[in-house]
Every structure is written in structure tokens, then in C-alpha cells.
Design a protein around this ligand. Structure first.
Ligand code: C2E
Ligand code: CA
Ligand code: CA
Ligand code: CA
Length: 275
């Protein structure tokens, strides 16, 4: 029995060890990725449903590992958050995105994901201000996307930082709306510029009565609070038709365009009057 117990423990220990080693390896490699230029940004269009025009792009980070190939953000962002590497990564993303957007002919919006660790950093506001100065991007063209969970950790610090960010002219969107814990009180606690409804509610909204009811309710909430709503993850024309019928403000998803290197969207960012 003693033998068995130890044996079982060793197997468990070995698995844990392997997982930990893998994480440590990824953490180590991510540090290198930041200096070796293995990270890139892709851009996904956001479309105004009134005018059917692209009003901006969300930027999403990509990592191509030299040996393992592409590693999804769902794998490395959590590691970056736990190790604090997200501060460096987030700075790189914000700078790259602002440099890119500042080079466009058209004054389109650039939406950047900001994680909890960044939002709660004491120098977050200064950091955003510095990047705007450095890149020359109009503050009004930058939108930061924050999840509800990101706000919860230290609500008063988060709100204070967001207020100062907004005072610069930067916009603030609530990301993944509906998947967090205290959606409605968060909406009252902070004046967001818009809400992004999570793609899980948009998926098959035209056939799923529950999703339809939820999306209608969120759109009603948006109208009542005078808060524009963006639908995430629109893949099908039927989903889009539903959103149009329900008067949703804007949308994003594979139907309009996948996240791609900006070269794929050059015509849009260049506009008609190419210089
Ligand atoms: P998110 O901010 O909710 O981003 C939307 C995710 O949905 C992206 O996944 C995007 O590629 C995907 N997507 C967009 N349209 C569709 C669609 O029509 N159908 C489907 N099935 N998916 C769609 P991605 O790029 O893998 O990013 C996953 C998450 O990683 C993001 O979720 C965000 O939370 C995080 N992330 C990505 N880039 C950054 C970054 O630069 N900084 C931070 N802090 N987080 C990031
Ligand atoms: Ca986002
Ligand atoms: Ca989202
Ligand atoms: Ca998400």
C-alpha cells in the first residue's frame, strides 16, 4: 500500500512536473519572443451597420514560435499575465498598434486589448499618454478593450485609471460582455463608450431563442443607457440579418473579415485619396 501510494504520487508529480516545465519553457521563450521580433499584430475590421462602412480595427497579437509554430493567445496571454510579462507585451502591442494606426490616411479607430495587470499598474495612464505623444496618434482614435473580470480585482483603482484614460480622449469598450460576473453594476460604475457583446451570444442567434432573447435585452439596455453595442463573432449572413433587424450599432467577425496582417486591409486604411 505504501508502494502504491508513492507510485501514484510519483505519476502525479511527473505530470505536474511536465506541465510546469512546459509553462516555464513557454515563459522563457516568450521573453525571447519579445526581443527576437517573433510577435506580430493582426487586424480585424469593425463595421458600422448604419452606413456599412469600416470604422476601425481591433488588433490581436500573434506569436510564431521558432520551433513550435503559431501559439494561440489563449495559451500565452495567461502565462504572460501570471508572470508579469504582459506589461512588456502590452507595451509592445500598444506601441505597434498606435504606430500603425498613425500611418493610415483615414482616421479609423484602433482598438487594443488591455489586460487586468496593465489596467491596475500605477503608471498605466502615464504609459498610454506617453505612447500617444510618441506616436502622434490622436487620442480619440484609440480605444482600449477591457473585460469585466479585469475591472474586478481592484475596482476603485480600475475606475480611477479608466477615468483618467477617458480624460485624455481615449475610448473605453467593455469586452466579452455577458461572460463576466457583475455586468450590470459594472455598466453603472463606469461610463463605457461601448459594449462588445461576446461572440457566444451571437453564434446562431438567428436559430437559438435564448441567445436571441439575450441579445435583444442587451440591445435594449444599450438604447436605454445610450450606449452603442458591437456584436462580436458574426460569421453568418443570418446572424447579421438578425442584428440589423434588432438595430445593433456595429459588428465584427469573420463575415466581414478575419484578423489579418494590415496589408490585407491596405485599401481600407489608405482610403481613396492615397498620398
Ligand atoms: P477577444 O479580445 O475577445 O478577441 C476576439 C477573438 O475572437 C480573437 O481570437 C479573434 O480572432 C476571434 N474572432 C473574431 N471574429 C471571429 C468569428 O467570427 N468567429 C470566431 N470563431 N472567432 C472570431 P484570438 O485572436 O485568438 O484572441 C483570443 C483572445 O486573446 C482575445 O479575445 C483577447 O482576450 C486575447 N488577446 C489577443 N490579443 C491580445 C493582446 O494584444 N493583448 C491582450 N491583453 N490580450 C489579447
Ligand atoms: Ca477584444
Ligand atoms: Ca471579445
Ligand atoms: Ca475573449
Amino acid at each position: 500500500a505504501k508502494e502504491d501510494g508513492r507510485g501514484t504520487f510519483r505519476v502525479f508529480e511527473a505530470q505536474m512536473g511536465a506541465q510546469l516545465r512546459d509553462r516555464r519553457q513557454l515563459e522563457h521563450d516568450l521573453r525571447l519572443a519579445l526581443v527576437n521580433e517573433e510577435l506580430t499584430l493582426v487586424y480585424q475590421p469593425q463595421v458600422d451597420l448604419d452606413t456599412d462602412t469600416v470604422t476601425g480595427f481591433e488588433t490581436l497579437v500573434r506569436w510564431t514560435h521558432p520551433e513550435r509554430g503559431p501559439i494561440p493567445p489563449s495559451r500565452f496571454i495567461p502565462i504572460a499575465e501570471e508572470t508579469g510579462l504582459i506589461l512588456q507585451l502590452g507595451e509592445w502591442v500598444m506601441r505597434r498598434a498606435c504606430i500603425e494606426a498613425a500611418s493610415w490616411n483615414r482616421p479609423l479607430l484602433i482598438a487594443v486589448n488591455v489586460s487586468a495587470v496593465q489596467l491596475h499598474a500605477s503608471n498605466f495612464v502615464e504609459f498610454v499618454q506617453d505612447i500617444l505623444l510618441e506616436t502622434g496618434l490622436d487620442a480619440e482614435r484609440l480605444e482600449i478593450e477591457i473585460t469585466e473580470t479585469a475591472m474586478i480585482r481592484n475596482m476603485s483603482r480600475a475606475i480611477a485609471n479608466l477615468r483618467q484614460i477617458k480624460a485624455l480622449g481615449v475610448k473605453v469598450a467593455m469586452d466579452d460582455f455577458g461572460t463576466g460576473y457583475s455586468s450590470l453594476s459594472n455598466l453603472r460604475a463606469f461610463p463605457f463608450d461601448r459594449i462588445k457583446v461576446d461572440q457566444s451570444f451571437i453564434r446562431a442567434v438567428h436559430t437559438n431563442d435564448q441567445s436571441a432573447a439575450i441579445v435583444r435585452a442587451v440591445l435594449g439596455l444599450g438604447k436605454g443607457l445610450n450606449l452603442p453595442i458591437l456584436a462580436e463573432g458574426v460569421e453568418k449572413p443570418e446572424e447579421l440579418e438578425f442584428l440589423r433587424n434588432e438595430i445593433c450599432d456595429s459588428a465584427q467577425g469573420y463575415w466581414f473579415g478575419k484578423p489579418q496582417p494590415i496589408a490585407a486591409y491596405e485599401d481600407i486604411v489608405r482610403g481613396n485619396s492615397a498620398t
